[in-house]
Design a protein around this ligand. Structure first.
Ligand SMILES: C[S@@+](CC[C@H](N)C(=O)[O-])C[C@H]1O[C@@H](n2cnc3c(N)ncnc32)[C@H](O)[C@@H]1O
Length: 228
């Protein structure tokens, strides 16, 4: 087989993996009951029109509080469309689902959402600083940016393991980085963290299960660089 043929075969295999296998792994690992409880706790402060960045397979849909009246969702992929359509049909609030890369300028006016949410998504957005700056831009002044993310451990021993094994999760997790300092990335985008819970996800290895759950607001400052 020639090199271009080999590359084409690899692309097809990776395409199959990211379209059919990875979304099912996401469902298995992030659709479990204990994770659903953490989702519910994270989303509780939200109300009004909410933007969800990195919608995935819609696992957050049953976890939104009744005060959320409208949802706009974006994701660079359209995963498991049949299953997602069923979940949307069962959701009380109207859902507008857009296929969009969060690493560029979002097609929304400044200050247009009552809340923005990311869950298990900041790990895999390539241009994460731009995405967070855009989240800040589209938040109304008193709105909540709610996050439930996994990331870098505060324990240097675990953080070293995360750095060592990051290339593996990046490959099998379709770009997932387990060693990102989530709180530092959020504050570097000019957002002010009002509440932050740090804990390890139940039944999860520490290198993957170091969670950051919290709420941030627009704050007054702009962006600064952060070392990932
Ligand atoms: C691990 S999944 C989590 C999905 C969902 N948020 C959840 O909690 O189940 C990460 C999601 O981020 C999405 N994603 C990654 N990079 C993105 C980008 N640049 N723009 C938009 N979505 C992105 C992926 O397509 C995937 O749906």
């Amino acid at each position: 087989m020639t090199r271009p043929q080999e590359n084409r075969k690899l692309q097809i295999e990776m395409g199959f993996y990211s379209k059919h296998i990875f979304p099912r792994l996401v469902e298995l690992s992030l659709g479990r009951g204990p994770v659903r409880d953490e989702r519910r706790a994270a989303l509780a402060p939200l109300h009004g029109h909410v933007l969800e960045v990195g919608f995935g397979t819609g696992l957050n849909l049953p976890c939104y509080p009744s005060q959320v009246t409208r949802l706009t969702t974006i994701d660079s992929e359209m995963m498991l469309p049949g299953r997602v359509a069923d979940r949307i049909a069962r959701t009380r609030a109207p859902v507008r689902q857009l296929k969009l890369d969060a690493g560029g300028r979002l097609p929304f006016e400044d200050e247009s959402f009552d809340g923005v949410v990311t869950t298990f998504t900041l790990c895999s957005i390539g241009e994460v600083a731009t995405a967070l700056a855009e989240i800040r831009r589209v938040l109304k002044p008193a709105a909540d940016y709610v996050f439930l993310e996994h990331g870098r451990s505060d324990d240097p021993r675990i953080a070293r393991l995360q750095d060592r094994f990051n290339p593996i999760t990046k490959l099998i997790g379709c770009g997932c980085n387990m060693n990102r300092p989530i709180d530092k990335l959020i504050t570097a985008a000019g957002l002010q963290i009002a509440k932050l819970d740090r804990f390890v996800m139940p039944d999860s290895p520490r290198i993957l299960g170091e969670l950051y759950r919290g709420v941030a607001h627009r704050g007054g400052a702009g962006m600064e660089a952060v070392q990932e």
